[in-house]
Design a protein around this ligand. Structure first.
Ligand code: GTP
Ligand code: MG
Ligand code: ZN
Length: 302
C-alpha cells in the first residue's frame, strides 16, 4: 500500500536547513525531504521556489517538483525575486562602490529591480553616494535604525513582492528586518572592531512572510565574485549599467568596449558629467575581471 495520500499541496520554499526543506503552504509550514533527483540533476530547490509537496501519512512529506522560475540568483541562492534591496552602510563597514555596482549589475542581469538602502545614516552622511545612484536612475532610500527614517519607505516597496536584503556582513540587513517585523527578534551583532568587517551573524537564507509579500534575510559577504552571477560575458556587461543605454550605439566603433576607445559616447558622457566616474570605473574593473575568466571556470559554475 502506498503511503502517499492523494493530497498534493503547492507552496513556497522558505528555508533549507540540515537537508530539510521548509515549505509555506498557505500559512502552514511543512518540513519536507526533497527527491534525490534534484541533486543528481544539479538543480536543488532554492528559497523562493514555488514547489509542490506530496503529503505522506507518516509525516515525511516530499518536495516533489519545482515550478518554472521567473529568475534565479546564485549567491545568495534565491528564486523568483521581484526586488533586491542592496543594503549599504554609511560606515562600519565603509561603503565600497565596486561592491554596490556589482550587485546592481547582478540584479539587472536577472531583470530584478534593485533598490539601494543606505543604513547607519545616523552616524555618517551618504549625500555623495546618493547623488551617484540617483543619477544612475536607481531608487535609493536613506535609512537609520536609530531615527527610523526610511523604514516606512522600505515597507511600502515590500508590499506584494518577493524581495531580499543583500549586502556586506554587518551593514544592518537583519536589523532592518527587525524594524519591518519587530516580533522576529533576529540575531544582529556589532561588527568586529579589529577587522572592521562583519562577523557573518546571519548564516542561512530565510524567507519571512509579510502582511503582503515575502522578504528574505541573507548572510552577508565580503567579496562579490562576478562569475557567480549571470554576468560572465564582458560584451554584455554594458547592459547591466542602465545609465549607459542612451549612449551605447553612438560610439565611433560598433564593437566599442566603452573602456578606452576614441570617440566613445559613454566615455564622453563621463567627461561631461552625465555618467558618474565611479560607476564607469566599476564598469572597467568588472570588464577586466571578466576578461580573465576562463571558459572552464564558467563551466564549473554553471
Ligand atoms: N547606528 C546604527 N547602527 C546600526 C544600524 N543598522 C544596523 N546597525 C548595527 O550594525 C550592526 C550589524 O547589524 P546586523 O543587522 O547584524 O548586520 P547584517 O547585515 O545582518 O550582518 P550579517 O548577518 O553578518 O550579514 C548591529 O550592531 C546593529 O545594531 C543603523 O542604522 N545605525
Ligand atoms: Mg544578518
Ligand atoms: Zn563606447
Amino acid at each position: 500500500m502506498s503511503d502517499v495520500i492523494k493530497n498534493k499541496l503547492s507552496g513556497i520554499l522558505i528555508r533549507v536547513t540540515g537537508g530539510f526543506y521548509y515549505v509555506d503552504c498557505q500559512g502552514e509550514v511543512l518540513e519536507c525531504k526533497a527527491r534525490g533527483v534534484f541533486r543528481k540533476q544539479g538543480n536543488a530547490p532554492v528559497v523562493g521556489d514555488r514547489v509542490e509537496v506530496e503529503l505522506k501519512k507518516d509525516g515525511y512529506h516530499s518536495l516533489s517538483s519545482v515550478l518554472p522560475r521567473k529568475n534565479h540568483l546564485t549567491r545568495p541562492p534565491l528564486a523568483n525575486l521581484d526586488r533586491l534591496f542592496i543594503v549599504v552602510s554609511a560606515t562600519k563597514p565603509e561603503p565600497n562602490t565596486l561592491v554596490i555596482d556589482k550587485l546592481t549589475a547582478a540584479a539587472s542581469a536577472i531583470d530584478v529591480e534593485p533598490v539601494i538602502v543606505f543604513s547607519k545614516t545616523d552616524i555618517s552622511s551618504v549625500d555623495d553616494l546618493i547623488k551617484v545612484y540617483r543619477k544612475a536612475g536607481f531608487t535609493t532610500i536613506v535609512y537609520s535604525d536609530v531615527t527610523k527614517e526610511g523604514v516606512d519607505e522600505v515597507k511600502r516597496l515590500l508590499k506584494g513582492k518577493l524581495s531580499a536584503f543583500i549586502g556586506n556582513s554587518g551593514v544592518g540587513k537583519s536589523t532592518l528586518l527587525n524594524n519591518i517585523l519587530p516580533d522576529l527578534g533576529l540575531k544582529t551583532a556589532d561588527i568586529s572592531d579589529k577587522l572592521g568587517r562583519g562577523r557573518h551573524t546571519t548564516r542561512t537564507v530565510e524567507l519571512f512572510k509579510l502582511e503582503s509579500g515575502f522578504i528574505a534575510d541573507t548572510p552577508g559577504f565580503s567579496t562579490v565574485d562576478l562569475i557567480r552571477y549571470s554576468l560572465s560575458n564582458k560584451e554584455e556587461l554594458m547592459y547591466a549599467f542602465p545609465e549607459f543605454e542612451d549612449y551605447i550605439g553612438n560610439c565611433r566603433f560598433t564593437s566599442c568596449s566603452h573602456t578606452v576607445e576614441k570617440d566613445c559616447a559613454v566615455l564622453n558622457a563621463v567627461k561631461n558629467g552625465e555618467i558618474s566616474p565611479s560607476r564607469h570605473l566599476s564598469y572597467r574593473q568588472m570588464y577586466d575581471e571578466l576578461k580573465d575568466v576562463k571558459s572552464w571556470e564558467l563551466k564549473k559554475e554553471s
